[in-house]
Design a protein around this ligand. Structure first.
Ligand SMILES: NC(=O)c1ccc[n+]([C@@H]2O[C@H](COP(=O)([O-])OP(=O)(O)OC[C@H]3O[C@@H](n4cnc5c(N)ncnc54)[C@H](OP(=O)(O)O)[C@@H]3O)[C@@H](O)[C@H]2O)c1
Length: 282
């Protein structure tokens, strides 16, 4: 599957301000806590063809991601690096600028390809200055594109009222068990791509008997059917695995055709939140 172009557009005119090519599947690196677990997982993933890594300040492994990319033998320019402004740092304009620079230092990189506000700032009064700082980071070239994560429909509409530049991505939990049709379609209307996190519901559904029974009919695994379902929604997907064979299994979802079982997968929606859900916060 071809990468998707994620575009930051000017509010009002729709003029393109910045863009990047994003591979359809990336490696999520949350909860890689063992010694060098993240570094080894990123090196393994790159060696089998992953070209996007999703990290965050709060995951505590930006350094390992940077080291792994440098040691991978693949040119930095071929890998899309996503990281996020931690919620506790999303409190002001100054804090946003400062913590982006710290992430760059930890990654030991000149530029972040996609920088996300990890979740709507808890202090609603900080949302506008935080986003203004994101826009300025883009203009200054410290980041190539900017986006948000865990923004609900009302957060996106509110953002449109104060933004000069719209986000190119909204990263949210999306999988067959939490399908969010309204949020996904509003995200698209606003010109952003949905990036589907926890496609296996944090692993809670990775070996779920119901999806395994359905996916057996077409000879793929439940994990592959779930990831393919997300891809078919038009989302970019970031499954986490520290295991090279499961990383490959997940990447191979791109070659699976779930048409014969699509209706059954569509019917799995149960609004299952696997962890947190800031999209519903005020
Ligand atoms: N923006 C946010 O607020 C937010 C929130 C959550 C996650 N994320 C991002 O999204 C990424 C993915 O989400 P996630 O880590 O929550 O969970 P996930 O990708 O839904 O599931 C990961 C879990 O499933 C297991 N697994 C992976 N592939 C498998 C397979 N083919 N068969 C069986 N088990 C499999 C993994 O174990 P092994 O490692 O042992 O394979 C791990 O325990 C994160 O790493 C992070 O980058 C973002």
């Amino acid at each position: 599957m071809e990468p998707i172009r994620a575009i930051n557009r000017e509010v009002g005119s729709g003029r393109e301000i910045a863009s990047i090519e994003i591979p359809r599947i990336g490696l999520g690196v949350w909860m890689m806590n063992g010694p060098n677990e993240c570094k080894n997982a990123v090196i393994d993933a790159i060696s089998i063809g992953y070209r996007m890594i999703d990290t965050a300040r709060s995951y505590g492994n930006e350094e390992e991601v940077g080291e792994a990319i440098r040691e991978s033998g693949i040119d930095r320019s071929e890998i899309t690096v996503v990281t996020k402004l931690r919620r506790m740092h999303a409190i002001s304009y100054e804090s946003t600028i400062e913590h982006c620079k710290i992430s760059l230092e930890k990654l030991a990189m000149d530029q972040i390809d996609l920088y996300l506000v990890h979740a709507p700032p808890e202090d609603a009064g900080a949302r506008e200055p935080v986003w203004r700082a994101m826009e300025d980071l883009l203009e200054a070239g410290l980041v190539r594109t900017i986006g948000v994560s865990n923004y609900g429909v009302h957060h996106l509409r509110d953002l449109e009222s104060y933004a000069k530049i719209m986000p190119c991505v909204n990263q949210v939990e999306l999988n067959p068990w939490i399908q969010r049709p309204e949020l996904h379609s509003v995200t698209r209307e606003m010109g952003a791509i949905t990036m589907a996190y926890s496609p296996l519901a944090r692993g809670q559904k990775a070996n779920d008997p119901e999806i395994s029974e359905i996916s057996n009919k077409i000879g793929c695994t439940g994990a592959q059917a779930a990831i393919r379902w997300c891809l078919d929604q038009g989302a970019v997907v970031i499954p986490k695995s520290s295991d090279p064979s499961r990383q490959r299994e997940n990447l191979d979802s791109m070659g699976v055709n779930i048409d014969p079982i699509r209706n059954e997968i569509d019917n799995l929606d149960s609004n299952h939140v696997s962890g947190w859900d800031p999209t519903v916060e005020p």
